[in-house]
Design a protein around this ligand. Structure first.
Ligand code: ADP
Length: 326
């Protein structure tokens, strides 16, 4: 009981810290100051609250004088320095991403001590909301989203970015129910190609005692980016069954089960849900050790994608949008 009390207290403290970090709701009209590419500045009419994250709040915003709507992601400008730094990294990485399954970053500005990110609006919530509501998706729907997310991962990795925090709650749904990866809060630059060569050259001038062998192996790519493929495996399992595979009451137990690959598929007798052997095999390949996990191109050529129906966007839009809250 004492431990529980302490836990509750810690949770309350954490919550109050988080509340302090969150900005207050914005005024009805937010003014973007003039800038080089928008000399008159702009006004956004603030609409409904879309959601709160770790330290950001997000509102629907209409660009005054137009019918264009965006998601305004708002963060206090004077945050603790570490948070500020993390946010700067997020901003820099996200603003360079341009791909159809990544939330488009339009611009950023400051107004009344807050930083505003003007993002592509995803009005249909997150993949997590939908999977919970629907208690798992059908295999054709999973094919549709797996291909979209694999495409976005391929793009990020080709640009030298590892996302590191891919999860259903960070994948938002646009008005056509397409998946869009958002929140680059934990993303990192991966050293590849030329950067890697430069690093090799410079590190090799120093003492060799501390250099990991993969740095020395010319032409061999590291496997750091494979953390995103693991996450995609978890996302696939969760889309199919509505629960992540290693779900447990404690974090230590989740880690233990992940390390041991201790997961099961729901039995067809109790769940009445058929999950194909192809789907199970694909998930298993993604949950292997990093150097055996498939690259996005290998993923989309897996038999899972040809073993059944692959919907086109319009099938998904009309069917799923009807079940989404507005
Ligand atoms: P944080 O970086 O603080 O975790 P998030 O990026 O997760 O913040 O955003 C917080 C919430 O705002 C999300 O859970 C979601 O509900 C909403 N949100 C974020 N980006 C968008 C977007 N592009 N379109 C619609 N809603 C969004």
């Amino acid at each position: 009981p004492r431990a529980n009390e302490l836990k509750t207290k810690a949770a309350a403290q954490l919550k109050s810290v988080k509340d302090k970090e969150h900005p207050l709701p914005p005024p009805n009209n937010v003014t973007e100051p003039p800038s080089a590419d928008r000399k008159e500045g702009a006004v956004y009419q603030v609409g409904k609250l879309l959601g709160k994250g770790g330290f950001a709040i997000c509102y629907d915003g209409k660009l005054a004088g137009t019918s264009k709507r965006y998601a305004l992601k708002i963060v206090k400008s004077q945050m603790a320095t570490k948070m500020e730094q993390k946010f700067q990294t997020e901003l820099q990485i996200h603003s360079k991403m341009r791909q159809q399954n990544i939330v488009h970053f339009h611009r950023a500005f400051t107004f009344e001590n807050c930083t505003y990110l003007v993002l592509e609006l995803c009005p249909n919530g997150s993949l997590m909301d939908m999977v919970k509501r629907r208690k798992g998706l059908t295999e054709p729907e999973v094919r549709f989203y797996a291909i979209q997310i694999s495409g976005a991962i391929k793009y990020m990795h080709a640009k030298g970015i590892i996302h590191r925090d891919l999860k259903m709650g960070n994948i938002f749904l646009d008005k056509y129910m397409n998946a869009k990866i958002g929140d680059f809060g934990l993303a990192a630059l991966l050293l590849t190609g030329k950067d890697m060569q430069i690093m090799r050259r410079t590190t090799l001038c120093g003492t060799p005692n501390y250099i990991a062998p993969e740095i020395l192996e010319k032409g061999k790519k590291g496997h750091d980016h494979m953390v995103d493929i693991w996450s995609l495996g978890i996302i696939l399992y969760a889309m199919l069954t509505s629960k992540p595979p290693f779900q447990s009451s404690t974090t230590d137990e989740i880690y233990r089960r992940a390390r041991d690959r201790d997961y099961e598929w729901p039995s067809p007798e109790t769940s009445q849900k058929y999950i194909s052997p192809e789907a199970k095999d694909l998930v298993a390949t993604m949950l292997q050790d990093a150097d055996n996990r498939p690259e996005p191109d290998v993923i989309v050529s897996h038999p899972f994608f040809t073993s059944g129906y692959l919907p086109v966007a319009t099938d998904i839009t009309s069917k799923l949008r009807d079940t989404a809250p507005q």
